[in-house]
Write a protein that binds this ligand. Structure first.
Ligand SMILES: [Zn+2]
Length: 455
């Protein structure tokens, strides 16, 4: 067992005199997020020393396609699910044993657009037509309108009868009603039609109005530029189908766009031209100050369910140092909403509960709108049927904190993680090439089980 003196960084912030890894003489300097820690004498592995980190997040998964039970065992405490049937993912989010799950719900796509017919159930895609032209499965609610494509923009039926507003409003509010934390759209010109500029602007505007960031799948020529110029908040994948020029990358950085890495889906360890293009884009995005988020696209091909050492290796190849990699792996984005709070809102709106004392009481108009949306969706399971009943007192219940099951329906996203920490036994590796394999041994522990080693 290594002694505290052997641990990387040595000091409480992990940046002590032993942080000489880059010179090849000692453990890697992991930066300010890491600190040396010792496990409690009362639990498993009493007194074991290692490194404590904030909870790790995979910012791109598909729990509907993955072994969710293996995610936590692999050291991942939080996930962002980027595309599935919203009713199914809302139910999964309430039942799967991952401490924190945020999700997008259905992918918003142009009619006939990606990923329809490529992967996932049809209900994982919500087709959004141009304003006034009807919209995807919302047509089920069309109440005998017939083919709305026959009607031009400004047709009174869309605005008059359909109180949800534009098809984009409708699509966004549906995901929000199920508890989505982000809205995901697809812009894949290699696999079908894509949004025109108007509907793209509609979708971004509708998401802004709902307080939700927009994540885009971009694939094909010029799609990254369109996403950046439309003000998309994050890219679900590092662009890989084309090299982005430095000016476009600078604009993405200026706009505060986040890029979710997903490098290992290109080759699954074998690399290749797509992998190389993605690494080149990500390297320049990071060097220009762009915010990188660790994400694997778990469920897409042969990927390990926990920390993926090959994804970490891709970040290393993209020029991220250990501190930057840990920042990408522990970022709390998207903050501000949780599926559970959203469901609580929807339920409480429907019973007109006074939320003035609630920690996150919202604009009543917003709740009212959600309620309308909710009423309009007999075709889906109601969101509140998908999640456990609210129990506001649970946050103060003895033993709730520190338990992996201590989900609190009124907390902000990632607050559920406050009581958790990542623990990696032993000292950090000396070589950055070994960082991924070392992190893949990470375990999630109650934070109270770890004692900082201060010297
Ligand atoms: Zn994906």
């Amino acid at each position: 067992m290594p002694r505290p003196d052997d641990l990387g960084g040595a000091g409480p912030l992990g940046r002590g005199p032993l942080g000489r890894g880059q010179l090849g003489r000692g453990p890697l300097d992991l930066g300010p997020l890491a600190r040396a820690a010792r496990r409690s004498l009362n639990g498993e592995h009493p007194g074991e020393v290692g490194i404590a980190l904030p909870p790790l997040c995979d910012h791109h998964v598909h729990l509907g396609l993955a072994d969710a039970g293996a995610v936590r065992a692999g050291g991942i405490a939080a996930v962002l699910d980027l595309g599935w049937d919203p009713a199914v993912i809302a139910r999964l989010a309430a039942t799967v044993d991952v401490p924190r799950i945020a999700f997008a719900g259905a992918l918003l796509a142009a009619p006939g657009g990606y990923p329809l017919g490529r992967w996932g159930p049809p209900t994982a895609v919500h087709e959004v037509a141009e304003h006034g032209h009807g919209h995807g499965h919302g047509d089920r609610l069309g109440q005998g309108h017939g083919d709305r494509r026959a009607h031009g923009p400004g047709d009174g039926r869309v605005h008059g009868h359909d109180a949800a507003g534009t098809p984009a409003d409708h699509a966004v509010r549906e995901q929000a009603a199920f508890g989505a934390s982000v809205i995901k759209i697809t812009l894949n010109s290699d696999a079908g039609p894509v949004f025109g500029d108007d509907v793209l602007a509609d979708v971004v505007g509708a998401a802004r109005a709902a307080g939700l960031p927009v994540v885009a799948h971009v694939e094909g020529e010029d799609m990254a530029r369109r996403a950046i110029e439309a003000g998309i908040d994050a890219l679900a994948h590092t662009p890989w189908t084309e090299r982005l020029d430095d000016a476009l990358i600078a604009e993405a950085v200026d706009r505060g766009q986040r890029w979710i890495s997903t490098l290992d889906i290109h080759g699954w360890g074998a690399g290749g031209a797509d992998h190389d293009r993605a690494v080149d884009n990500l390297r320049r995005f990071h060097a220009a100050g762009g915010v990188v988020l660790y994400g694997t696209d778990l469920g897409n091909g042969d990927l390990p369910a926990g920390v993926n050492p090959r994804e970490v290796a891709g970040l290393v190849a993209s020029g991220l140092d250990p501190a930057a990699i840990l920042s990408a792996m522990t970022a709390a984005w998207p903050g501000g909403r949780s599926r559970s709070r959203e469901a609580v809102d929807a339920r409480e709106a429907s019973v007109t509960v006074d939320r003035r004392d609630a920690p996150a009481a919202r604009d009543p108009r917003e709740r009212h709108e959600r309620h309308e949306v909710h009423e309009g969706h007999e075709g889906h399971d109601a969101p509140e049927a998908s999640v456990a009943p609210a129990s506001p007192d649970r946050r103060d219940a003895p033993g709730a904190r520190g338990s992996f099951d201590a989900r609190d329906d009124t907390h902000d996203p990632f607050d559920a993680l406050e009581a958790l920490a990542t623990f990696v036994a032993g000292p950090p590796p000396a070589a950055i090439e070994d960082l991924g394999a070392w992190l893949a041994t990470a375990r999630i522990l109650p934070a109270e089980e770890l004692e900082p080693i201060d010297r």
